[in-house]
Design a protein around this ligand. Structure first.
Ligand code: ADP
Ligand code: ADP
Ligand code: ZN
Length: 214
């Protein structure tokens, strides 16, 4: 099963992706996570990406496309994949379609998770992430059992540098201008499903399972 998660920042893509990956046994590939790992390790890619990420801008298309295509050649993607945060521009989507076609493959479903703006801002400002394993929490909605400590691995929990009020507004604007046109793009392709992301975690997940089949 080849899946793409679409939706504004803070919609809950990463949170749902963890559950989808587990249920359908496909790898969760988050371009944001890959960039953050590279930033942390100080790689050349990380240094380049950070310039854009810190401002809430998109990393240049060609850097992202190469990264994703590389990742998809790994063994764990043989039975499918779950992309979270890619594609994010029409250019990325077009290039990706060409890539898949060459491999005699295609996207089976694009899940468009939608949430209204006020909730998105609240979710991003309150988001906390494990430094070690990337597990995601929320100060009010999904706090860890022990403050500041990851339930999964015991790692330290931090706030992403781009989850500040200032950067969040820019990221929402970037989403509207550069990513939301993808809804139309996949509408035309006929493989998009719309998910209401405003409800509780399990309710959103049930809606996804209904679309994908149990
Ligand atoms: P995205 O990957 O789309 O940016 P995340 O999955 O990181 O979004 O979720 C953003 C924040 O909202 C996180 O702090 C997460 O814990 C919280 N969150 C995710 N889904 C829900 C939900 N259904 N209800 C309440 N909070 C949620
Ligand atoms: P969000 O929680 O906003 O959905 P992500 O973790 O997916 O955040 O992405 C964080 C940042 O990484 C983005 O603001 C952007 O700078 C960069 N990024 C991630 N994926 C892409 C992509 N497909 N194209 C361009 N930039 C990307
Ligand atoms: Zn952890």
């Amino acid at each position: 099963m080849n899946l793409v998660l679409l939706g504004p920042p803070g919609a809950g893509k990463g949170t749902q992706a963890t559950k989808i990956a587990e249920k359908y046994n496909i790898p969760h590939i988050s371009t944001g996570d890959i960039f953050r790992k590279n930033v942390k390790e100080g790689t050349p890619l990380g240094k380049k990406a950070q310039e854009y990420m810190s401002k809430g801008e998109l990393v240049p298309d060609d850097l992202v496309i190469e990264l994703v295509e590389d990742r998809l050649t790994e063994d764990d993607c043989k039975g499918g994949f779950l992309l979270d945060g890619f594609p994010r521009t029409v250019y990325q989507a077009e290039k990706f379609d060409v890539y898949l076609k060459e491999k005699n493959s295609a996207i089976d479903k694009v899940l468009d998770i939608d949430v209204e703006k006020d909730i998105l801002i609240d979710r991003m400002i309150g988001r906390r992430v494990c430094k070690n394993c990337g597990a995601t929490y929320h100060v009010k909605n999904m706090p860890p059992k022990k403050e500041g400590i990851c339930d999964v691995c015991g790692g330290e929990i931090y706030q992403r540098a781009d989850d500040t009020l200032e950067t969040v507004s820019n990221r929402l604007q970037v989403y509207l201008e550069q990513t939301s046109p993808l809804i139309d793009y996949y509408e035309k392709a006929g493989n998009i499903a719309h998910i209401n992301g405003a409800g509780a975690l399990d309710k959103v997940f049930s809606e996804i399972v209904e679309v994908l089949g149990a």
